[in-house]
Design a protein around this ligand. Structure first.
Ligand code: CMP
Length: 234
């Protein structure tokens, strides 16, 4: 596999010459992770940066009882593992393959050497971190201000926007999801998820075809979300 071509495909490295990328490409190695396989664990060492060649990965944290909350899902071309790599602290969250994924592993030292020679990479990383912080803020708002119906509507709209593709009468979320995945992404328990999905299905706003979900009426789902937002503010 051509590692340099893979590196140049992502915004992080696209402006760096092939010659300058060679040492990093030589230190990098590819790994395939099957669905559910853990790529890095919370509190583990920040010894590498990961680049997604294909597939999707899920960032999550777990409490002592084993409840999980999904913080984010990354797709092809995204990187993760930058936090521990840069601040030298343990990994802030765990990451597992949401589907079979090909990952390019960039060992810490080789990446830092490349970073020192090309500080522009830092700008890309800061931009990505700010985007991630904004999304995390939105999520904190969602947990504080929305009930379960609102959280699930928001999550479905978000997934449809980021991973949707036209499917006959609506937009299919082109990602295999289990009810547990969606509950964890929305920050609700399984009972709450079932109630809300049943409601949205009866209202013909969504259709469940596990492991796929089709959003039948985006505008209608958005109206429900706004209704829940307003109700919370009264
Ligand atoms: P790191 O802490 O090294 O390892 C876990 C990675 O998950 C982290 O770097 C980020 O790349 C990613 N991550 C952690 N928290 C979030 C979050 N709230 N939103 C998006 N990505 C995150």
């Amino acid at each position: 596999m051509d590692v340099i071509a893979d590196l140049k495909r992502v915004p992080l490295f696209e402006t760096i010459s092939e010659a300058d990328l060679r040492p990093l490409a030589e230190a990098a190695y590819g790994r395939r992770y099957e669905k559910g396989e853990v790529i890095c664990e919370k509190d583990g060492p920040g010894d590498a940066l990961y680049l997604i060649r294909s597939g999707r990965v899920r960032v999550y944290t777990t409490d002592e009882q084993g409840h999980e909350v999904t913080l984010h899902i990354y797709g092809p071309g995204s990187f993760f593992g930058e936090l521990a790599l840069l601040d030298g602290l343990p990994r802030s969250a765990s990451v597992a393959a949401q589907e079979r994924s090909d990952i390019l592993v960039l060992p810490r030292q080789a990446f830092l050497t490349c970073l020192e020679a090309h500080p522009r990479i830092l700008l890309e990383i800061i931009t990505a971190i700010t985007r991630r912080l904004r999304i995390t803020t939105e999520r904190a708002e969602q947990m504080a201000f929305l009930n379960i119906y609102g959280r699930i509507a928001l999550q479905l709209l978000d997934l449809a926007e980021k991973h949707g593709r036209p499917a006959g009468e609506g937009t299919e979320i082109a990602m295999d999801l289990t009810p547990e995945d969606l509950a964890s992404l929305s920050g609700v328990d399984l009972g709450g998820l079932e109630r809300a999905l049943e409601f949205y299905q009866d209202a013909r706003l969504v259709e469940l075809r596990w492991p796929r979900i089709v959003v039948l009426d985006e505008a209608g789902l958005r109206r429900r979300l706004e209704w829940h937002r307003r109700r919370r503010l009264i």
